[in-house]
Design a protein around this ligand. Structure first.
Ligand SMILES: O=P(O)(O)OC[C@@H](O)[C@@H](O)c1c[nH]c2ccccc12
Length: 260
């Protein structure tokens, strides 16, 4: 059993339990449910914005504890002031130490598009994402069948949210790309082996149709990486650890963005 299998198995149990506690109609009654989402495509694809999607991530299965002290509201406000194009908030508790309250806290201080970063295996999580003020959601191809990713993207779209489809290889890309997606993210980290290489983004770049905003995810640690990836048409750059491993993630993001 790979770590990804473990995460998905745990997630299904967790979602089933959560549904019993908070009904879909209760989610729909939350005040943020009616908030108009901000367009991630517009913010990330804009030539006069940084393209940096800065992540709040306390821990991960591959790295263990990354940051146990920073407050999400401080980081979210700082990322916004630093000029990020979007923010990613991990809401998985078991493996990444995040919560839906982290996203709520980020939302309350930041106007940038916020992605709910989680392992979506049920429509309930998409409605929940809307209810906490998320603007776009992550769908991970390796956790879903092509029919599921398309269906979940449709659900998100009907709620006005955009979709970042995450792929790791050509097979996933070809099987899951469809009109319902908005941004395509190539994960440089293999979720099965944890190997990281930005070569993966370069390899898949030409296979991504131009109507999607291209995002490179994971293992980005310097400006050279960004310059290189831009040549391949990437507009979005998802950075977690490089900022979160410092004791002041938003200061690190600010310094990084000022060099772009
Ligand atoms: O910390 P990094 O190497 O900069 O990576 C950020 C982000 O890409 C990574 O956290 C991530 C990419 N896809 C995911 C799916 C689930 C959880 C986490 C992720």
């Amino acid at each position: 059993m790979t770590i990804l299998d473990k995460i998905v198995a745990h997630k299904k149990i967790e979602v089933a339990a959560r549904k019993e506690i908070v009904s879909i109609s209760a989610l729909q009654a939350r005040p943020l449910f009616d908030k108009e989402p901000v367009s991630a495509k517009a913010w990330i694809g804009s030539p006069n914005k940084s393209g940096i999607i800065a992540e709040f991530k306390r821990q991960s299965p591959s790295k263990g504890l990354i940051n146990g002290t920073s407050r999400v509201s401080d980081v979210a406000e700082g990322y916004f002031k630093a000029g990020v194009s979007a923010m990613s908030v991990l809401t998985d508790q078991e493996f990444f130490g995040g919560t839906v309250d982290d996203l709520l806290a980020a939302r309350s201080v930041s106007p940038v598009p916020i992605i709910r970063k989680d392992f979506i295996v049920d429509e309930y999580q998409i409605i929940e994402a809307k209810s906490i003020g998320a603007d776009f959601i992550l769908l991970i191809a390796s956790c879903l069948t092509p029919a599921e990713s398309k269906q979940y993207a449709e659900v998100a779209r009907n709620l006005g949210m955009q979709i970042l489809l995450e792929v790791h290889n050509q097979e996933e890309l070809e099987a899951h790309v469809c009109d319902q997606m908005d941004l395509i993210g190539v994960n440089n980290r293999n979720l099965k082996t944890f190997d990281v290489s930005i070569e993966n983004s370069k390899k898949l770049a030409d296979l991504i149709p131009n109507e999607f905003v291209k995002v490179s995810e994971s293992g980005i640690s310097n400006i050279e990486n960004i310059k290189e990836l831009k040549k391949y048409g990437y507009k979005g750059f998802l950075i977690g650890e490089n900022f979160m491993k410092t004791d002041n993630p938003s200061k690190a993001a600010k310094e990084f963005i000022s060099q772009l």
